[in-house]
Design a protein around this ligand. Structure first.
Ligand SMILES: Nc1ncnc2c1ncn2[C@@H]1O[C@H](COP(=O)(O)OP(=O)(O)OP(=O)(O)O)[C@@H](O)[C@H]1O
Length: 706
């Protein structure tokens, strides 16, 4: 365990003070996350607050993942703590760590039941409702050749809601709005707004006595810690203010790493948080140290992006920084994308022949598409890799998404069947559209006809198909037959999936069975590799349902609790898997820069243009560059005419660098030049590098100089 700097100690020892705000401004690699974790530990150790009185929030899953990942370690490494492992686990499990949207979702679900947070899939489902050749004012939405995309429909709906466009008030748009309203379909912004309203309404009801997350937020939590404050955007401000009311608010972040500026101006949020409390209760501390990047990397990152280094106005102490490593970051200008990837593979081969492990290396890209092509390229060489997603992969899987939609549909049907009040009626509409439009043999036309007929009859789609005789459905005989089969299965499923005695595994098996029975096709997972992947993701889903089973409050059904919390619970499982993966032999990490935020790697290859003049882009580049501990390669693809820094092969870095490298990573190091070269030759054979012209020339020059 390392010694804490005086700036870190100042934050950790900061006394608990209700109603105050502490803002900790910390540069990359200054130990922000580490300090945040130790501060939580200290607050509990001093008895200022109990573990279940601390709420930690962040905007991204990645940041939450990172905190959950390290929280247990921080407590286990406390030399003064005499608790055993079980007791430590218990303490850590009481600390609430959520994304802001995860917290909002829990509050809203607790108060009004299941809500549908609409994402791309949801909009895609709604697109199926649009009749051919539908004209709305200036816009033509439907038609055979319509290329309306989910995002465009989202924009049209938003504009229509706010009456910003000249779209006529048509019965179609009104029915679409009704579906969204009655099915409680919300966007992320709506979710934040509703959660804020519930907190306002509940805080006015006296006394606050009931159990649940809303009351925990209002009366139990004493300290609210927000990590990565630079990611907050204005529409979150009212919720944060309400959540932090009367509590100590601690904000950690780095304005230079604000890469979500496109969501809104973070400075406005910080201003309103500052002005909400008297200035005497607002304190700013900074962590100016730099434990991660070599000075070579840090100063290049600052010069290239025009970032100002953090000063520590309050501290007169020595600023901690790593000593120089002697190797400056490399600029590599390769104009051909394939050549660029070939070059990276060759460098990886050389690096692992020296002292690096495959798991030390990260390739950071600007886009997901670029990350995908890098992963395909590495796969073709047999190089093991892992793509770091901002969300656990199972949640992103379209088949799993369907199973979740199906479970939501079953649960809502069950509610609608048991409660025919106007509030519950129509809640199934959105799910009906999403589920029906994903089934084989049920085309957009069938969904549109049912939607139009139910709108005219002023009943829900489910009500229409489950309660009226099939002869009244305006469908063809074959369409009727299919819908009849869906209704029959779903009526049974609405009952079976809600059974209190069902185990998580039984629940998922039941869902898969229902999906197949109603005509959902898992067919694109026919290939062995995809089948294995889907099976693994289904196992993930079962694991998360198991976690939900353990944390489920009394009186809430498992499906409902899962639907409300699977996102956050999924992150916990993601962490357990990561631990298992880390134990495997080394794997190269591939990630977009956005998903790499908060992480660090000994060696980073940064792909894409690095010389942008746009302020937001500069911040993205800054984040990418500062993920590297020791070696940074900037593949400045679009700047092919810019002069490259002359490249040195890793095999030529020399002993002092590799000694430095191993010391930095706390590894034992044994110099052996020849072994490195032999290994490189072996790798060339294994990965087929010898087929590459370029590699040959690098290799030849490398052998000559060795
Ligand atoms: N006092 C210390 N002495 C030595 N190393 C430290 C110290 N504090 C933190 N570190 C190390 O510095 C590295 C960066 O720490 P951490 O990830 O907490 O930084 P961060 O400020 O959260 O970075 P970023 O803002 O880029 O996410 C980690 O490897 C951590 O173990």
């Amino acid at each position: 365990m390392f010694e804490l700097s005086s700036s870190q100690c100042a934050v950790i020892q900061h006394p608990y003070s209700p109603g105050s705000t502490l803002k900790v401004v910390a540069g990359p690699g200054s130990g922000k996350t580490h300090t945040l974790l130790l501060q939580i530990r200290q607050l509990i150790a001093k008895g200022s607050v109990q573990p279940d009185e601390i709420l930690v929030l962040s905007l991204t899953n990645k940041a939450v993942d990172n905190i959950i990942d390290k929280l247990l370690d921080a407590f286990q490494n406390d030399p003064h703590d005499t608790k055993n492992e079980v007791q430590i686990n218990e303490v850590v499990s009481k600390i609430a760590v959520f994304t802001i949207h995860g917290l909002a979702s829990r509050i809203v679900t607790e108060n009004e039941g299941i809500v549908n947070i609409i994402e791309e899939d949801g909009w895609r489902g709604l697109l199926k409702l649009i009749p051919p050749d539908l004209h709305l004012g200036q816009c033509q939405l439907g038609g055979k050749n319509s290329i309306l995309r989910p995002r465009e429909l989202e924009r049209i709906v938003r504009d229509y809601q706010t009456r910003r466009t000249a779209i006529n008030k048509t019965s179609f748009m009104e029915s679409l709005m009704a579906i969204l309203r009655d099915s409680k379909v919300v966007t992320n912004d709506d979710l934040i707004l509703s959660a804020t309203n519930y907190l306002h309404v509940k805080s006015e009801q006296d006394p606050v006595s009931n159990e649940g997350i809303t009351n925990d937020v209002l009366s139990k939590y004493k300290v609210v810690i927000i990590d990565e404050f630079q990611d907050l955007y204005p529409s979150l401000t009212p919720l944060i203010q309400k959540v932090a009311q009367n509590k100590e608010l601690i904000l950690f972040g780095d304005p230079n790493q604000s890469i979500y500026g496109f969501l809104g101006n973070n400075k406005l949020v910080m201003k309103s948080l500052e002005s909400a409390r008297p200035s005497s209760s607002f304190e700013t501390l900074s962590l100016p140290d730099s434990y991660r990047c070599t000075p070579e990397i840090k100063s290049l990152a600052e010069t290239m992006t025009g970032t100002r280094t953090l000063a520590n106005p309050k501290s007169t102490s020595f600023m901690h920084s790593k000593p120089p490593c002697g190797i400056a970051p490399f600029f590599v200008n390769i104009s051909d994308p394939v050549e660029e990837l070939e070059w990276i593979v060759d460098q990886i081969a050389q690096l692992v022949c020296c002292s690096a492990k495959l798991s030390d290396i990260a390739i950071l890209t600007r886009t997901n598409v670029q990350a995908k092509s890098v992963s395909e390229f590495l796969r073709s060489y047999g190089i093991p890799f892992e793509v770091l997603n901002s969300q656990p992969a199972w949640i992103e899987d379209k088949h799993i998404k369907f199973l979740i939609d199906l479970l939501r549909f079953c649960t809502l049907i069950s509610d609608e069947t048991n409660d025919q009040s106007p509030l519950t009626q129509h809640r199934t509409d959105f799910s009906s559209v999403i589920v029906l439009s994903s089934l084989r043999g049920i085309g957009s036309q069938t969904v549109q006809t049912l939607f139009n007929q139910s709108s005219r009859m002023k009943c829900s789609i489910w009500n229409l198909i489950s309660n009226t005789p099939e002869s009244e459905w305006r469908l063809t005989p074959s369409q009727r037959k299919k819908i009849k089969c869906v209704v029959k299965t779903m009526q049974f499923a609405a009952h079976s999936t809600q059974s209190a005695t069902m185990t998580p595994l039984e629940l998922v098996s039941e869902l898969i069975g229902i999906a197949q029975e109603i005509g959902y096709s898992f067919e694109d997972s026919k290939q062995r590799e995809q089948k294995v992947q889907l099976r693994e993701r289904i196992i993930q889903m079962v694991k998360v349902i198991k976690l939900c089973e353990n944390s489920k409050p009394e009186g809430t059904s498992l499906p409902k609790w899962f639907l409300a919390t699977y996102f956050d619970q999924g992150i916990i499982c993601h962490r357990q898997d990561k631990e298992a993966k880390n134990k495997q032999a080394g794997i190269v990490k591939i990630s977009t820069i956005h998903s790499s935020k908060g992480l660090e790697f000994p060696i980073v290859f940064l792909m894409g243009e690095a010389n942008s003049k746009l302020p937001l882009e500069k911040k993205v580049i800054y984040v990418g560059m500062t993920r590297a501990r020791n070696l940074l390669y900037i593949n400045n693809l679009r700047q092919a005419n810019q002069k490259s820094v002359s490249l040195i092969s890793p095999l030529e870095f020399g002993e002092p660098f590799w000694r430095y490298y191993n010391h930095d990573l706390d590894r034992h190091w044994k110099a052996d030049k020849n072994q490195g070269l032999t290994k490189y030759n072996l790798l060339r054979k294994t990965y087929g590098l010898s087929t590459l012209q370029r590699t040959f020339s690098t290799l030849r020059s490398c052998i000559r100089k060795f």
